[in-house]
Design a binder for this molecule. Structure first.
Ligand SMILES: [Zn+2]
Length: 325
């Protein structure tokens, strides 16, 4: 259990070192052996864990160095998914959209080795948070050729529940379920709630977190307060804290992971700006219920910018801690 006030954390993804991206592309062409690739992957994880420890992040992971895209990573492991090829999502951006073509099967451990490596290579005083993409988002971002929508979501919830049980057995105490699709279909908030209950059914954890982004929180609040989780980690900086008042109208009864760093701008926020953002969070929940994080995964930022943003986030948090302690 983390007993520090205002724990700082990252959401999940972090920019990959340039050498690692290059190695990955050589590996994809079959020109870099599996053994060498594993060594490169391990090295990239160690570098990023170190980088976060140097910044002073309290609750960390490996910046998802071993993962590709958040849905593709899991769909490529779960038997029953098939990839027909990339589809255009916006502008010139392509997404390798998976399709459910057969009954889905539990693939066995997906993240257990990832966790064990982080544990072995991080400071023993650090607390580890394992992000895992939620069933609703995996289903929403996939083609579905065999199930009804609800059946698919609940089948995925079952598979993720088995994985979380394996992670808990391996020693994981904190899970963050990434559900960016949650606020994009407000009419299905009850379905996401039901799936979330299944995901965390019968698992012993200190902390169950849901991360959501892409705004529109006004359309799912206060309904989300009924979810069986401890914390919501939400995007705020990118929409200039637009939804803050909504969270004041009905008391925010969960812990809040406050997105106080914009991950869409490479410009580094000043310490005093982040301090102001943290104080805005303290207007919603008391200090015991507030965690400090960027809005979302940072993988699209230049690495230097991501690093400086995290450093300033920790500095600002330390200043606020002194003010309230
Ligand atoms: Zn996000």
């Amino acid at each position: 259990m983390i007993n520090k006030l205002l724990p700082t954390t990252i959401i999940g993804s972090y920019p990959k070192p340039k050498w690692f991206t290059k190695v990955k592309s050589i590996h994809e062409k079959g020109k870099f052996g599996e053994e060498k690739m594993e060594e490169a992957e391990n090295d990239a994880c160690k570098v990023i864990i170190d980088e976060h420890e140097i910044c002073g992040i309290d609750v960390l992971n490996d910046g998802e160095m071993r993962r590709t895209e958040m849905v593709e990573h899991f769909a490529s492991k779960i038997p029953g998914f098939k990839f027909y090829g990339p589809v255009r999502v916006w502008g010139n951006n392509y997404f390798n959209k998976p399709s459910v073509t057969r009954e889905l099967k539990d693939p066995g451990p997906m993240l257990v080795d990832e966790f064990k490596f982080i544990k072995k290579h991080s400071d023993e005083n650090n607390y580890i948070k394992m992000p895992i993409t939620g069933p609703y988002t995996i289903a929403d971002w996939s083609f579905n050729e065999i199930y009804s929508r609800k059946e698919l979501i609940m089948r995925l919830a079952d598979i993720i529940n088995s994985e979380i049980k394996r992670l808990a057995d391996a020693g994981v105490k904190c899970i963050q379920l990434d559900e960016p699709a949650l606020s994009t279909h407000p009419s299905e908030v009850d379905l996401v709630k039901e799936a979330t209950s299944k995901v965390f059914d019968n698992v012993k954890l200190d902390k169950k977190i849901i991360h959501a982004c892409y705004g529109k929180f006004d359309q799912i609040y206060p309904e989300i307060l009924d979810f069986e989780v401890d914390q919501f980690s939400l995007e705020f900086a990118n929409n200039n804290f637009e939804f803050l008042d909504i969270f004041k109208e009905n008391e925010f009864t969960k812990e809040l992971g406050l997105g106080c760093i914009d991950v869409h701008k490479s410009e580094v926020e000043s310490v005093s700006d982040i301090e102001n953002n943290i104080n805005r969070g303290l207007n919603i929940v008391p200090p015991e219920k507030l965690w400090i994080n960027p809005d979302c995964g940072m993988k699209l930022l230049p690495r230097k910018s991501a690093y400086l943003k995290l450093k300033n986030m920790v500095k600002a948090t330390n200043i606020v801690r002194e003010e309230i302690e």
